[in-house]
Design a protein around this ligand. Structure first.
Ligand SMILES: Cc1cc2nc3c(=O)[nH]c(=O)nc-3n(C[C@H](O)[C@H](O)[C@H](O)COP(=O)(O)O)c2cc1C
Length: 320
């Protein structure tokens, strides 16, 4: 029995599962694999680097299945979105920042608008803009999200009620089929999954990162802005933090973000430590679902396994 929802019907996909558009990890091969597996693969275009898009877009578009692409609203330009639209995505996802400037172009290209939200104000704004799908992101999620985020379990049903009849995807801490089933029971039309898909054979993340995720423990993840400040990332850190695994700079600077931001020598030392291999080139972005990630499967197999587990979990629920 396939799980049919407003999301699967809208995109003509088999399973209510979307790949989170993870910048740096969700390249064309991973997005294509998720789409070929019956989910919706979303390319992680992040800030919209033109060369990166030129390389990865043909790969995902070549899947011949419905696919999409995600951008960071605070960083990407309309030009990057237009570049992606030339390849015919079925959806463009906008996260973190004002989606307003992009919506008209996306609609004109007949693609669906997906907006990721972290609070109810953002959810209302997404509805006003005419979003086709709203991703409700809980604070358990890996990577970036709201500094003052809400937990997935209570946040998702409130968003579902608020934005009805707009379809909602739940995100944050979903890493197996039981989580997908839970999302559906909360009233979502599917799950958008990041951390779990980072540890797959098609992920663009370095082997050191995927291995850290397989080994990693949820209790060692932490939301922080320290690593964005240390590495000189442009992220607006007053509003957004990122959940990462532990890191020496996190231990050194926890609770002293302003001091770190005002200390150019400390930030230069970070770059030197990266160059010397003392600290890894990038933080390991990972969510609280990381305890459930114990292998590195091909992404299409993972989609099928998640769907089967979700079906079984729903069939079993409430039985002794
Ligand atoms: C490595 C990584 C990179 C991410 N990059 C992006 C991004 O570029 N754009 C975006 O909208 N979300 C990004 N996210 C957040 C996801 O969209 C999603 O909210 C999150 O992965 C869901 O939680 P989970 O990791 O527990 O599945 C990223 C997440 C991870 C783990």
């Amino acid at each position: 029995m396939a799980l049919s929802t407003a999301f699967t019907e809208m995109f003509g996909v088999r399973h209510p599962i979307a790949l989170a558009p993870m910048g740096g990890s969700a390249g064309g091969a991973l997005a294509a694999a998720v789409s070929l597996g019956g989910g919706l693969g979303l390319l992680g275009a992040g800030q919209g680097d033109e060369d990166w898009l030129a390389r990865e877009l043909p790969i995902v578009a070549g899947s011949g299945r419905p696919w999409g692409v995600g951008f960071l609203s605070w960083a990407a330009g309309v030009g990057a979105v237009e570049q992606a639209l030339e390849y015919g995505p079925r959806a463009v996802m906008l996260s973190f920042g004002d989606p307003g400037p992009f919506v008209e172009r996306i609609r004109a290209a007949d693609a669906a608008v997906i907006v990721q939200v972290t609070d109810l104000e953002e959810a209302r704004r997404a509805v006003d803009l005419g979003a086709d799908v709203i991703v409700a992101q809980g604070t358990e999620s890996g990577g970036h999200g709201a500094r003052r985020g809400r937990a997935t379990l209570p946040f998702v049903p409130v968003v579902v009620d608020l934005v009805a009849p707009v379809a909602v995807l739940a995100a944050g801490g979903i890493a197996d089929g039981r989580g997908v089933a839970a999302a559906l029971v909360l009233g979502a039309a599917g799950a958008l999954i990041g951390t779990r898909f980072q540890a797959t054979s098609e992920s663009l993340a370095d082997a050191a990162i995927t291995e850290a995720i397989v080994r990693g423990r949820a209790q060692d993840t932490e939301r922080n802005a320290v690593l964005d400040i240390a590495r000189g990332a442009r992220w607006p850190t007053t509003k957004y933090t990122a959940r990462t695994l532990g890191h020496p700079y996190l231990d050194r600077w926890r609770g002293r973000e302003a001091e770190l931001a005002a200390d150019p020598e400390a930030r230069a030392a970070y770059q030197t430590d990266v160059a010397r291999g003392v600290v890894p080139p990038l933080p390991v972005w990972a969510g609280e679902g990381v305890d459930l990630v114990n292998d590195l499967p091909p992404a299409a197999d993972l989609v099928a396994a998640l769907a089967t587990q979700a079906e079984n979990a729903l069939a079993r629920a409430g039985r002794p």
